[in-house]
Design a protein around this ligand. Structure first.
Ligand code: ADP
Ligand code: MG
Length: 240
């Protein structure tokens, strides 16, 4: 579903992604961990072309993302992106946030879009919040609306960038539970998170990044039991 082939990226003369070679299969759940500034967000943002790359290739569902002939809108409709800061439209209700893209981009009729959005709100456990504005929802509820909004486009891939980092501790699990359901339902997911409990439950692989490089890849068990790289060990000792 996603393949990085020798990808490099610079911000000016700062080499932010270094020789990234990595592939994510259909239905696979990959968790990315690593220190702040190691390039995790940039790597995710390259997948749906929020960032350009400077060399190498990045292929998503058979489409070369960074080819000038590629229709980026097509790539982006296949990918849902959930950010740390929910990024809901503040002047729209939960339901309106969810139906917007399907109606605008996919020309789904309003009635059908509302029906689907209602089902999605049930799926993320907050059907009763449909007509509330983001400011009157808790952080956990807002993030669940953001996930429902991502799913509304029926993406093939969901990307999550530290989706629980901005949440109060008591709300982290309600969001992770939704993500666990999604993972178990077969969604292809790339998740930047330090929630190793989540990784342990559903990740097929964990990737450790440091200073723009993929340093180590393995199962969650591998990272818990015998991480090989010294930098990985040091990092894990800080987060576990
Ligand atoms: P992470 O998500 O692992 O914390 P990021 O991918 O956000 O790391 O950032 C990696 C590095 O690239 C950081 O040093 C950051 O300051 C830098 N960076 C990120 N975005 C930009 C940008 N638009 N312009 C210049 N430098 C950036
Ligand atoms: Mg980041």
């Amino acid at each position: 579903m996603i393949e990085f082939r020798g990808v490099n990226k610079w911000f000016g003369d700062f080499h932010v992604l270094k020789e990234i070679d990595f592939a994510v299969g259909e239905g696979e759940v990959v968790v990315i961990i690593g220190p702040s500034g190691s390039g995790k967000s940039t790597l995710l943002r390259c997948i749906n072309a929020l960032e350009t790359i400077d060399s190498g290739e990045l292929i998503v569902d058979g489409i070369k993302v960074h080819d000038s002939k590629t229709n980026l809108n097509r790539v982006r409709t296949e990918i849902g992106f959930v950010f740390q800061q929910f990024n809901l439209y503040p002047h729209m209700t939960a339901l309106e946030n969810i139906i917007l893209a399907p109606m605008k981009v996919k020309k789904v009729p309003r009635e059908e879009a509302v029906r689907r959005a209602t089902r999605l709100l049930e799926r993320v456990g907050i059907p009763e919040q449909a007509n509330k504005y983001p400011e009157s929802l808790s952080g956990g509820q807002q993030q669940r609306v953001a996930i429902a909004r991502g799913l509304a486009m029926e993406p093939k891939i969901m990307l999550f960038d530290e989706p629980t980092s901005a949440l109060d501790p008591e709300m982290i699990n309600e969001v992770l539970d939704v993500m666990v359901d999604l993972a178990r339902g077969g969604m292809t997911m790339v998740v930047v998170t330090h929630e190793m409990g989540f990784a342990r439950k559903v990740a097929d692989r964990v990737v450790f990044m440091d200073e723009g490089r993929i340093i180590e890849v393995g199962s969650p068990e591998h990272f818990f039991r015998n991480p090989e790289n010294e930098r990985t060990r040091r990092f894990l000792s800080r987060i576990l």
